[in-house]
Ligand binder design. Sequence first.
Ligand SMILES: Cc1cc2nc3c(=O)[nH]c(=O)nc-3n(C[C@H](O)[C@H](O)[C@H](O)COP(=O)(O)OP(=O)(O)OC[C@H]3O[C@@H](n4cnc5c(N)ncnc54)[C@H](O)[C@@H]3O)c2cc1C
Length: 436
Amino acid sequence: MRRPSIIPKHEDSNGWWETLLPPTKANVLRETHHVQTAIIGAGICGLSVAHQLSKQCPNDDIAVIEAERAGNNASGRNAGFMLNVHSHGPPKKIDVLRRNMKLWLSGLEDLRRMVREFQIDCDWDEYGRLYGSAGPDGEIHIAEIAETLDQLELEHSWFSREEMQSKIGTSFYKRGLHTPGSALVNPAALMRGLARNLPASVQLFEESPVLGIERSGGGFLIETAEGSMRADRVVLAAGVFLPQFGVAKNRFVSMATYASLTAPLTDDELSQMGSAESFGLLGSSEYGSTIRLTKDRRLFIRNVFEFAPGAPTSNANVVDISSMHRKAMQVRWPGLAETKFEHSWGGQMAFTNNNGTVFGEVETGLYAILTNDVSPMTRGTAAGRLLADFMTGQDSDLLSVQMSIPKASRLPPRPILDIGVAARRGLLRLAARKEF
Ligand SMILES: Cc1cc2nc3c(=O)[nH]c(=O)nc-3n(C[C@H](O)[C@H](O)[C@H](O)COP(=O)(O)OP(=O)(O)OC[C@H]3O[C@@H](n4cnc5c(N)ncnc54)[C@H](O)[C@@H]3O)c2cc1C
């Protein structure tokens, strides 16, 4: 019996979710059902598997079982960068980057297509992304990012401090680097849209935490808080909660990161923002702040990484960390000193040691998928589609690319891991203190 001891439950205020219309009532799993495939987790990985599997197996009944609401998970609480490629630090092996980029691009293309096809209102914006460097660490990294873009022959343009000032209204950054090709979204709206547009053969059960899975009668019996599901096969798409099901233990580190969102800026406040046009900026240092001005005039700030092995982010942390977001805002736009955040929240993401994967059949009939490291939303979209192909024996060049990625390597046991993560985090944070 696989019995998770930690069940995700977010109690903080995810701004992307809160600014949407209230959701329709959750369809809670009650009584006993039977499906061919049950997918656990309605994040980007789970929903992507569901969309593709329903195409490959149109006569199958498929269920997606979610502990919370689709769109209020990591996939709906992120910074909303749907990336074609992204790389911190010295240029990686270019062949590896090119290989990964094929996956990220195909995931991005899937998302573009679904947003168009289902007319998902998620503020999809083909802005690309802007990198900013403020101090010595940022300068090193921004030059490395430009070198990587050069090697990949990807278009990019530089902005001086003065140009950054006129574009986004702050002289905080020494320079900026813009590259097209990726998109910005409201991630909660995107995820809700993907969930709403699941085909009729896929039933989504929300607020239905899975409490146990066991083998039964040649398939699986899944126990939820108020019901149960019999399934011939199961896909575990539980994000950083995968180890709770006994899979991918010690294969990735779960890091919490935090974000805040203001109310729509007033005309006065917006006049501080240079051209006042929406933008998405990534710190060029790994530990730099991510900043967005949304199409509906809200300012978004994300920073801080904390080791969070398994446990959902707590409200107490969020309160502390929102004061760091305030500092990041004030140091860039002193004129916004009085501007309040309407929402602050946290979420977790997975980092492996070797940019490896968790993908495939872990034992007969039981599949697992995880997205991690860089570009996780587009990577997860592609991996989800490819897992459905893998499950149904559909071969493709892209599936070979996915299969060529090494498995996520084993990490040291705790508490050695904790010490290693704390040391690396401390060093990155110290180096990037001017980028915060
Ligand atoms: C603040 C923040 C900013 C980020 N910014 C970006 C960004 O700009 N671009 C980008 O690409 N990535 C970004 N990420 C990372 C990205 O959001 C995640 O890596 C990605 O969403 C993970 O997708 P997933 O499907 O694996 O997991 P999730 O979205 O977490 O989905 C897993 C689902 O499984 C469910 N589940 C777990 N256990 C159970 C159970 N027992 N029963 C039922 N359901 C269960 C969970 O509730 C959850 O809904 C960011 C993350 C955070 C937190």
